[in-house]
Design a binder for this molecule. Sequence first.
Ligand SMILES: Cc1ncc(COP(=O)(O)O)c(C=O)c1O
Length: 372
Amino acid sequence: MRVEPFLVEKWLNKYEHDVEINISETCVDPFTLGEFLTLMGREDFLRDFWDTKLTYGYIPGSPRLRNGLSNLYDALGPENILVTGGAIGANFLVFYSLVERGDTVISVFPTYQQLYSVARSFGANVKLLKLRMEDSWLPDMGKLADMIESNTKLIVINNPNNPTGSLMDEECLFTICEMAEDVGAYVLDDESYRDLYVNPKDSVPSVVEISDRAIASGSLSKTFSLTGLRLGWIAAEDSVIRECEDHRDYTTISNGMIDDALATLAVENVDLVLERNLSILRTNYCILSDWVDEEPLIEWIPPVAGTVAFLRHKLDISSEELCKRLMREKDVLLVPGSCFEMEEFLRIGFGNNTEVLKEGLCRFKDFLGQYS
Ligand SMILES: Cc1ncc(COP(=O)(O)O)c(C=O)c1O
């Protein structure tokens, strides 16, 4: 089956391991195992597994993990959660389970490419709801209404959004869910960056707290800084979970038992993890915001949530050429807007290690100095 190359993954796979300063990352500074277990007060964690047989474990995720994940939502139970191989596994499973040839799927754009390319490869008619910088990267509801057809199967959103850092508010989510309900469609919201608000006053519900037709995908990679566990989940009402379970049997069997137990620890101590991560995120946001304010060749809509920002550059070269020169001359990695089919833009991550961000911005400033 044909599928378009996943541009951002190709870019990162090619460059991220050899570069000295990586400021393209989307995770909040991933934990080392030692830092995580110390924060949890569970340095003895691995002892518990000494006599445990490393079998398949629970197929849909352990009851404790599913229970912990369901507690992240109002009014969901463990039966509404299915654990997957990352949010990428969760999204894929939703498309695999629900989308058929000829269905209409509407997706916001720009976003994580998986959210529209997979549906296309399954033969769906994918329509892109283009977000514009002039609208603070928020969707135009009139345009969305015009795009919806009677055979619309799925409206795909990504809140908070990668790569722009925009955040739809509750009213906007409510309207999208209502539009979906009117034609019997589902809403899939990739909520990988949930709870990562730059400003503590901003907070939006999950779509699954708004509508029965809504499905959320979640991730242990970003908000929880446990990227290496490769775990994510689907949250949805029972019949969607059953459909996804039936399809998942053919792709996954189960996730790793040790990963499941570590994820359970994190989810049951979400407040401790968030305290660490929001402190990193907000410190880094201020550093990046001050930098952008002083940089004449860069402009942006400040991100509201998540770990990434979409910077518009004013150089007379393509975003890819800019990123390649920056790598060659300063050993710093960004993601070019071309990976999101949006020239003139660059994606920067501000969730990672603060010293790395500072060094990257310092080198990027030197680099831009040649052009000002
Ligand atoms: C919006 C979005 N969804 C999904 C993923 C994949 O996340 P995971 O590591 O949980 O598979 C990413 C990773 O960058 C992402 O940005």
